[in-house]
Write a protein that binds this ligand. Structure first.
Ligand code: CP3
Length: 354
């Protein structure tokens, strides 16, 4: 068993009592912090930071020096797996991620290897080990990956997309090709996340950023089914410690019951659902993570504090809440506003934990 100085985040995910509601922010390390931009500039680009364990560790710790966050998240990206499969990830300035060799056919899918996390993705495992060592047991480290569906959108579209025409064409014209791809990616995610856990990740989160673009039936078929396979294949206890699993489908508020039924420990919520409704629907089965609209961080200190109080009141008394934003922090948010947010969660949540 490892003991953490601050284990609120792990305890809340396991629905155990805490003294205050834990909080972290999706994309808490990144371009809204001038110290991150300085490291990235020095390194050259984003992937140069990800592939250098010392730099990945440094930027992971940056937000924890500024704010009283209850968890650290590995600095990396969900697209490391497709890159390791040979798709050739690169970032075009201002355009987001792109792949040199997107998936176009069944033959492309059949060729995809299951990357060895300690070879092709060793830089990620080294980052996990370096971060764990440097955290010195202060707060837990979150590992992560993308969901197979979300990774497949980038692998087939060749980058970010708005309409998802290529992957949807494959889903309906050639479903067996897409299923083979999703199954192979799910296997790689299992291997990758279990390796992160063995390297020191104390909890893992699966980002299904694009599951919400599917119909309810197709969501189950193309996204949820594969996340369920992953949950079943993950190491859930490591060296005597439970390793909680959080699933986050953006725009998945309609499907909370089915997501909770996968056997995960917690659901990530975006801001389009009222956390009180979510708790009434699935709060007896899973913990909930969320769910302030990240745009609230543009508001005044008073407005931020009010929003935090409203969400805390919505969840109410009882265990099983990890406070977070409903999606990543925007890159032009003033860092001090993130500080008001984090402090407000701790200050106003104590009354709900007696
Ligand atoms: O949360 C954290 O602080 C940990 C790091 C993290 C990053 N990406 C760093 C990053 C995490 C958890 C991710 C996940 C990720 N990456 C997702 C799922 C979560 C979500 O936001 O929905 C997705 C869809 C991606 C794919 C991706 N990576 C995109 C679309 C982009 C471009 C974004 C942009 O604004 O240009 C990235 C690059 C990326 N990943 C950056 C960071 C800090 C920005 C890179 C930079 O320019 O410094």
């Amino acid at each position: 068993m490892t003991t953490l100085k601050n284990d609120r985040y792990i305890r809340a995910l396991l629905k155990q009592p805490v003294d205050a509601t834990p909080v972290w922010m999706m994309r808490q390390a990144g371009r809204y912090l001038p110290e991150y931009k300085a490291v990235r500039k020095e390194a050259g680009d984003f992937m140069a930071v990800c592939t250098n364990p010392e730099l990945a560790c440094e930027v992971t710790l940056q937000p924890l020096r500024r704010f009283k966050l209850d968890a650290a998240i590995l600095f990396s990206d969900i697209l490391t797996i497709p890159d390791a499969m040979g798709l050739g990830l690169y970032f075009e300035a201002g355009e987001g991620p792109k792949f040199k060799h997107p998936i176009k056919s069944l033959a492309d899918v059949k060729k995809l290897p299951n990357p060895d996390p300690e070879i092709e993705l060793k830089y990620v495992m080294d980052a996990v080990r370096t971060i764990r060592k440097n955290l010195k047991g202060s707060v837990p480290l979150i590992g992560f990956s993308g969901s197979p569906w979300t990774l497949a959108t980038y692998m087939i579209e060749g980058g970010s997309s708005k309409a998802f025409t290529k992957i949807k064409k494959m889903a309906f014209a050639e479903p067996q090709t897409l299923h083979l791809l999703l199954d192979k990616v799910a296997d790689s995610v299992i291997t990758y996340l279990n390796a992160q856990i063995a390297a020191g990740a104390q909890s893992v989160m699966i980002f299904d950023t694009w599951g919400g673009v599917l119909s309810p039936r197709d969501y189950k078929l193309f996204s949820l089914q594969y996340m369920e396979k992953i949950v079943a294949g993950l190491t859930r206890e490591y060296e005597g410690n439970k390793v909680p699993v959080t699933l986050f489908t953006k725009n998945g508020g309609m499907w909370l019951e089915s997501i909770a039924a996968t056997g995960c420990d917690a659901l990530g919520l975006d801001w389009t659902i009222d956390i009180a409704d979510a708790k009434a629907r699935v709060g007896d089965k899973v913990a909930l993570q969320g769910n302030m609209d990240p745009s609230v961080l543009y508001a005044s200190k008073e407005r931020i504090e009010q929003e935090v109080q409203d969400i805390l009141a919505g969840f109410g008394a009882g265990e099983g809440h990890v406070f977070n934003l409903g999606h990543g922090i925007h890159l032009d948010v003033p860092p001090e506003n993130a500080g008001y947010f984090v402090d407000a969660v701790h200050k106003y949540s104590k009354q709900y934990h007696k």
